[in-house]
Design a protein around this ligand. Structure first.
Ligand code: NAP
Length: 270
């Protein structure tokens, strides 16, 4: 595909949590689609730098920026550095996330707070900063029909309850309503806001669920499509949602889950 034909030519994107798993694949796919990409990471600078090197080696544009998405000043700095590097910001993929699992009686307040801070407050801080920037960027030279687009990395647990993970499910449920409410609020500014809800994707966050035959077999019972998802499955959805191909799509969650949210226990007549 020539540069002119690339879906995200001339776009600049920030991907949070791009040093691993889904965020890494999303950053790589956005870059392959023509976007200049800010690879955000919290702690794994080596993997972020390696990704930047790969993108630049493929004639793409990318920089790595350390920032904690739950820290207000860090988030402002992340966007400042991005705007300085690429002149504008057109796409935010707000992907960073953590799990701190425990049964409710054993869940510490610290683990509750960490998950809410990163997975929900982080969404708010990044989305707020994106909206502020999208609103003041000049329309002239805009590479897309929208004034900017936000993609929140949610989860099937925005709708599927998850015992032993109430902090995570509460944050993702919050992300669902944050996405929909924000989309309603900023649609008149030509800003699109959507979420992606991955099912089980093969990344370090859920290694216990797929790194042995027994665990994988148990997991596959929950996935009608019969395979675990790969980060690239999510990345392709993110490229589409970020592009003008999805220009009339806002306030929705795109489930990329092999049918995990389709009540698989009812497959055999319940
Ligand atoms: P992962 O491989 O563990 O990657 C998590 C990423 O988030 C890392 O790049 C990490 O950065 C970053 N991060 C963590 N805390 C951060 C903070 N405070 N500030 C900035 N970045 C931070 O996990 P993943 O599976 O790719 O998950 C990515 C997103 O997809 C999460 O929101 C997760 O909830 C969601 N999701 C995943 C699945 C799945 O099956 N894998 C399913 C549904 C939803 P460092 O490594 O540099 O610290």
């Amino acid at each position: 595909m020539s540069f002119k034909e690339q879906l995200l030519a001339h776009h600049a994107a920030i991907v949070t949590g791009a040093s691993s798993g889904i965020g890494l694949a999303v950053a790589e796919a956005l870059a392959a689609a023509g976007a200049a990409v800010v690879v955000n990471y919290r702690s794994d600078g080596d993997r972020a730098d390696a990704l930047v090197e790969r993108i630049v080696g493929d004639n793409g544009r990318a920089i790595a920026v350390q920032a904690d998405v739950s820290d207000e000043a860090d988030v402002a700095r992340l966007f400042d550095v991005a705007a300085e590097a690429f002149g504008r910001i057109d796409v935010l993929v707000s992907n960073s996330g953590v799990q701190k699992d425990a049964a409710v009686a054993d869940m510490s307040l610290a683990d509750w707070n960490t998950v809410i801070d990163v997975n929900l407050t982080g969404q708010f801080l990044c989305a707020r900063e994106a909206v502020r920037r999208f609103r003041v960027q000049p329309c002239k030279g805009r590479p897309a029909r929208s004034a900017g687009t936000i993609i929140a990395m949610s989860s099937v647990h925005e709708i599927i309850p998850w015992a032993g993970h109430i902090n995570y499910a509460a944050a993702k449920g919050g992300t669902r309503m944050l996405t929909r409410s924000l989309a309603q609020e900023v649609a008149a500014d030509s800003i699109r806001v959507n979420a992606i809800a991955p099912g089980a994707i093969r990344t370090p966050i859920n290694k216990d669920a797929w790194d042995s035959d027994a665990a994988l077999e148990k997991l596959l019972r929950l996935i009608p499509y019969g395979r675990i998802g790969e980060p690239e499955d999510v990345a392709r959805a993110a490229v589409w949602l970020a592009s003008d191909q999805a220009d009339y799509v806002t306030g929705t969650t795109l489930f990329v889950d092999g049918g995990m949210s389709l009540y698989p226990e009812f497959r055999d007549n319940g």
